[in-house]
Every structure is written in C-alpha cells, then in structure tokens.
Write a protein of this length. Structure first.
Length: 208
C-alpha cells in the first residue's frame, strides 16, 4: 500500500506530529455479468428497466400521469382498413414528457396486437411490452423487449402459455431508436374519423 507522508512542523512552539495518510488507488468498476437465460431476471440492467416500468405503472395507477386515449372501435369497420387501429393512448408527466404510448391494432385472424412503449425521463425508449391476443381462444403471446439507452434491443423474452423463448428480436439486430420527439404533437393531431382512402366502395344494389 502506498502512503503519503505529511511532514511535522513547528507552529508557535507547537509541534504538529507527522501523519501517515493512506492513499488508496480507486478500483476500476466491475463489469456487469453477461446476461443469460438463467440470470436475466436478476441482471442489474433488467432490474433497472423493470424499476422504470413499475414506476410508470404506479404513476398511472395513482393518476400522476395524464392519460389520453383515442378509440376508433366505434367507427364502421368498413372505413378502417384491413388491419384497423382499435385505439391509441399516450401518458405524460407533470413536465409534459411522454412516458408511455400505446397502439392497439387488429392483425391477421382478427387478433389484437397491443404495443406499449415505455420511455425514460430523457425521452428514450427503454422497454416494449407487446401482447398478441387471439380471437380464437388461443393463449395470449407476450413479448418483452429491453433496450439500451442507444435504442438497441439487448434482450427479449417471448412467452406463450408455459412456452418461453429468448432472443428472437435480439438476434435480428433490430434498432428501435425511438424517442418522444414529436410524439405528443402527432398524437394530438390524429382525428377519430374514417379515412376516405380506406373506405369500401358502395355496393351495387342486388337486382331481382
């Protein structure tokens, strides 16, 4: 161990004794363990993102976020396209920062695909929770995607009943570099009305 010596001195007849002060070198931070199928639920980065998710959910529950929803479900199905949007939602905090946005859309076989994007206070997407609810009674598929602060998916989990898969989105190297920039303004501009381009043409009357 290295030591730093402080010399003795005489000040006004008083002797200041020599001090030996330890000088500890700062230890480099330990690297985080590699994330695996066994440790992922306790991995520090996953725990950090889960804390973000829980905090946003708690604020929603206690009405500390402003939650706005636009539902398209009551519009005629004929004017909403092949894969119609059921609803959009957005949640903002007291600083008017978007912390959550939601899109629910009908997909093939009329399943309902709902995507929930969770953002940190700096407006960066950190967690995506997506559900695929079957219209035919099959088990709901759950997707959980965890992102770095650079927008890269570094871990994902897919569950369907008791079946669990890892890495489907991570292996794709997909970058979901989404931020909240312009998100609130875009949401506010959306109107709940039929899109004329998606409307089906009127049918000819049946002649007997």
């Amino acid at each position: 161990m290295q030591v730093r010596k402080v010399s003795a001195a005489i000040v006004g007849g008083a002797i200041l004794c020599a001090l030996l002060v330890p000088a500890y070198a700062a230890e480099p931070p330990k690297p985080e363990p590699e994330i695996t199928e066994k440790n992922w639920e306790q991995h520090p980065t996953i725990v950090e993102i889960r804390k973000l998710y829980n905090d946003i959910q708690s604020q929603l529950e206690h009405k500390k976020l402003k939650y706005q929803k636009k539902s398209f479900a009551k519009l005629p199905r004929a004017c909403r396209g092949m894969y119609p949007t059921e609803y959009l939602a957005i949640a903002t905090d007291r600083a008017n920062r978007v912390r959550l946005d939601v899109t629910a859309q009908r997909i093939s076989d009329d399943d309902l695909l709902t995507t929930r994007n969770y953002y940190d206070e700096d407006g960066r997407l950190r967690f995506v929770y997506r559900t695929d609810e079957s219209s035919e009674g099959f088990a709901t598929i759950h997707y959980r995607m965890y992102l770095t602060d650079q927008g890269k998916i570094f871990w994902d989990v897919k569950t369907e009943g008791k079946h669990v898969e890892f890495g489907e989105m991570t292996r794709s190297r997909e970058m979901m570099n989404l931020t909240t920039a312009g998100l609130l303004d875009g949401f506010m501009r959306i109107k709940v009305e039929c899109d004329p381009e998606d409307a089906e043409p009127p049918r000819e009357p049946v002649r007997h």
